[in-house]
Write a protein that binds this ligand. Sequence first.
Ligand code: CUA
Length: 337
Amino acid sequence: MRRGSILALLGIGLVAGGIATAVAVLPTWLPPDASRERGRIDFVFWFTIVICIAIFSLVVAVLIYSILKFRAAPDDDSDGPPIHGHTGLEIVWTLIPTVLVIAIGVVSAIVLSRDDAVGKNVLHVNVTAQQFAWSFQYPEAKNLTTGTLRLPVGRSVLLSFKALDVIHSFWVPEFGQKQDTVPGLHTTLHITPTKTGTFDVICTELCGLGHATMRTQAIVMTPAAFNTWLKGQTKATTSPNAAVSGAAVFKNQPCGSCHTLAAAGATGKVGPDLDKLPQWATQAHQPLEQFIRTSITDPNAYTQPGFPKNVMPPFASLPKAQLDALVQYLIQSSKKG
Ligand code: CUA
């Protein structure tokens, strides 16, 4: 091969590689990362991208060079030279992809096993998925249950999933992993948050009418702030005499993702407007308090006309103090509204 040809191939390859690198690096393709596991996954991503760019440059260089150099004249009807393969070349272009694919496989396997390796002092959180809400239970804090996921930064967290009805999927883009929740199956996900902040928890499995509203937040706090919060919550929900704030219950539970309630700044549209509760109770021929209570614990006993049946999950397991506070809060807020 002449020196000129090698230089031409090299030049085309460098230009193609430069363009591909710019496309890979300049736009922000990935969401910001906020977990150790996500960092490792990103490494596999970039490892693969570098290999892709190298192969792409090589193929484009040979392709463009061949098109320009070996182009047949318009009146050239002759056959090409009778070539019957080249064993050496075939071995090379089989071996290189084999080695690269094995390398990607090995790196992925290492990352997967490291991501799944639960660290010391694990925080266990039981996650329940149902149409169309997430709830989080902390066995460490007497099974405290909340509607937003709070986690301490830097600590190994093991989420254990349970689905009550259909398949859902847990996803926090910044944490980098998705995990399906399947009725009858026990699935888990290991996360080590690396940044404090508020991130979206998204259901990424089409699970019914309210799928798009099946969202909540993951709040990553400093370990000290997390422990203070956990202690405060445990006291509030376990001591029978503590005053439970209905507003806090409403906020902790996923009510606001489906319902509108001006007092709580909630603007959900899947279920009936809670600012009009007195009107709905009259329409259902029920006393307001009883109507609200039953609608929370047994929502399918009566469905508001104009809304689909069996959409709201029953919140029958809500502790009595919280249920009472929530009912009072809804009576007061809706009368104001
Ligand atoms: Cu749950 Cu989509």
